[in-house]
Design a protein. Structure first.
Length: 421
C-alpha cells in the first residue's frame, strides 16, 4: 500500500499534472454539486418528479448532441483552452441562474433554457481532461493516472453531493448556485497555465470543424471496441440516470420534504463516492491492461445485482448499502472504460474520438433521468427494477460486442520520457 501511494505521489510531481488535477477537481466538484442541486431545485420549486427528470435531461442531452463538434474543437484549439472556455461559460450561466432566482425571474422555461445552454459546452471539459492525461504521463503509468483521475472524480462524488445537499438545506438554492458558479470560474482560471500545452500547428490550413466532427463520429462507429462501449456503457448509464431522480424521491418519501431529506441524499451519494474512489484505486493498482473487458463486464453485472437488492429493500438501510455497492463497482468499470478507449484509439484523433465516444457512452444518463422521473411516479420499485435491467443488458452488450483484443490500432502516444518536476 505504501509503495502504491508513493507511485501516485510521483505522478503528481510530473510537469503540469498538479494543475490538471486541481482544475479537474474544481470543475467536477461544480458538476457534481450541480447535478444534485438542479434536481432538488426543480423538486422544491415545481413539486414534480417528472419536471425534475426533464430538467436533468436538459442538463445533459444538448451537450451529447453536439459532442462530435466539441471533439473537433478539442483537436483544433487544444484541450486546455477548450476546458477554460467551458468552465467560464458554466460560471457565467450559473451566476445568471443564481441572480435570476433572487429576482424571482426563473420560470420553468427559463430554467430549462439556462440548463440546456450550460450543457452545450460540457463535452469540452468532460473529454478534454481525459485527452490531456495521456499527453502528460508516461505510457507505462496510464492505468495509474486514470485511477488517480477516477479517484479524484470519486472524491468529488463525495464532496459534491454532500456540499450541495447541505447548502440547499441550510443556505437555499440561490447561494448554492452562486457557489457552483464561483467553483466553475476558479476551475477556468486554474487551467490557464496549461493553455499553451498541446496547441495545434496552424501553419497549414485546417479542415472545417464539421468535417473533423464527421471524421471523429465515423471513426467511433467503425471501431468495434468503441462501438461496443457506446452501446454497453450507455445502457449502464441509464441505471445511473434513474438513480439520480429515484434516490431524492425515495428519500423524500421516507423523511419528508425539507432539509433532512436533502442532507440525507447528499450524504448517501457521498458514501457512494467514497466507495467509488476505493474501487478505482484498487483497479489502477491491479492494472487492467489486457483485462479491461473482464473488469467492465464484472463491474456492470455486480451493479445490476446491487440495484436489484435496493428494489427489494426500498428503505434507508437498503438504499445506503445498495448505493455504496453501486459506487464501489463503478470504480473498476470506469478504469476499464478509460483504459480500453485510450488504448484502442488512434492517438492522432484522440480529442474528437474521446468527445464523441464519451458522449455516446453517457447518452443513457439523460434517458435514464427522464425514464426515472416518469416511472417513479408510478412506483419506486418499478423505477429501480428498470435500472437493474438496464445494467444487466449493459453487461450482456459488453460481452457480445466488445472484442477481447483489437488488432490494427496504433499504441497510444503518451509521454514516454517524462521526468518529475
Amino acid at each position: 500500500m505504501i509503495a502504491a501511494l508513493h507511485v501516485y505521489r510521483m505522478l503528481l510531481r510530473l510537469d503540469h499534472v498538479p494543475q490538471l488535477f486541481w482544475a479537474a477537481c474544481l470543475s467536477r466538484l461544480a458538476a457534481r454539486m450541480f447535478a444534485l442541486a438542479i434536481v432538488l431545485y426543480a423538486l422544491a420549486r415545481f413539486q414534480s418528479p417528472a419536471i425534475a427528470g426533464w430538467v436533468s435531461f436538459a442538463a445533459l442531452a444538448p451537450g451529447l448532441a453536439i459532442s462530435p463538434l466539441a471533439g473537433a474543437i478539442l483537436d483544433r484549439v487544444g484541450a486546455a483552452r477548450a476546458i477554460v472556455v467551458d468552465m467560464a461559460v458554466n460560471g457565467v450561466l450559473l451566476l445568471a441562474l443564481a441572480l435570476g432566482g433572487w429576482a424571482n425571474l426563473i420560470s420553468m422555461p427559463a430554467l430549462l433554457a439556462i440548463v440546456a445552454l450550460q450543457s452545450l459546452t460540457s463535452p469540452l471539459s468532460a473529454a478534454g481532461i481525459r485527452v490531456l492525461i495521456p499527453q502528460l504521463v508516461p505510457a507505462a503509468e496510464l492505468d495509474r493516472a486514470n485511477a488517480l483521475d477516477t479517484a479524484s472524480f470519486a472524491l468529488m462524488d463525495v464532496a459534491g453531493p454532500a456540499l450541495a445537499g447541505l447548502l440547499m438545506a441550510f443556505a437555499g438554492p440561490h447561494i448554492t448556485m452562486l457557489t457552483i458558479a464561483l467553483l466553475s470560474l476558479a476551475a477556468s482560471l486554474s487551467l490557464i497555465p496549461l493553455m499553451r500545452h498541446g496547441s495545434t500547428d496552424r501553419s497549414t490550413p485546417a479542415p472545417s470543424l464539421l468535417r473533423q466532427a464527421a471524421v471523429g463520429l465515423a471513426y467511433v462507429m467503425k471501431n468495434p471496441s468503441l462501438r461496443g462501449l457506446a452501446v454497453s456503457y450507455s445502457l449502464y448509464q441509464v441505471s445511473w440516470g434513474v438513480l439520480a431522480v429515484a434516490v431524492p424521491v425515495v428519500m423524500i418519501d421516507l423523511l419528508g420534504a425539507g432539509s433532512a431529506s436533502e442532507s440525507a441524499v447528499g450524504l448517501l451519494w457521498a458514501a457512494a463516492g467514497v466507495a467509488g474512489g476505493l474501487g478505482a484505486l484498487y483497479a489502477g493498482h491491479a492494472r487492467t491492461d489486457g483485462r479491461e473487458r473482464r473488469f467492465l463486464i464484472g463491474g456492470i453485472l455486480a451493479t445490476a445485482l446491487a440495484i436489484a437488492a435496493v428494489a427489494l429493500m426500498p428503505n434507508m438501510a437498503g438504499l445506503a448499502i445498495g448505493l455504496v455497492l453501486v459506487g464501489l463497482f463503478a470504480g473498476p468499470v470506469d478504469i476499464a472504460v478509460l483504459s480500453l478507449r485510450q488504448r484502442r484509439t488512434d492517438p492522432g484523433q484522440l480529442g474528437r474520438v474521446m468527445a464523441v465516444s464519451m458522449s455516446l457512452n453517457i447518452s443513457g444518463l439523460p434517458v435514464g433521468s427522464a425514464l426515472g422521473g416518469m416511472l417513479i411516479g408510478t412506483s419506486p420499485m418499478l423505477a429501480l427494477v428498470a435500472a437493474a435491467i438496464a445494467s444487466a443488458l449493459a453487461a450482456l452488450a459488453a460481452w457480445q460486442m466488445i472484442p477481447a483484443y483489437q488488432a490494427g490500432v496504433a499504441a497510444l502516444s503518451c509521454r514516454d520520457n517524462v521526468k518529475p518536476s
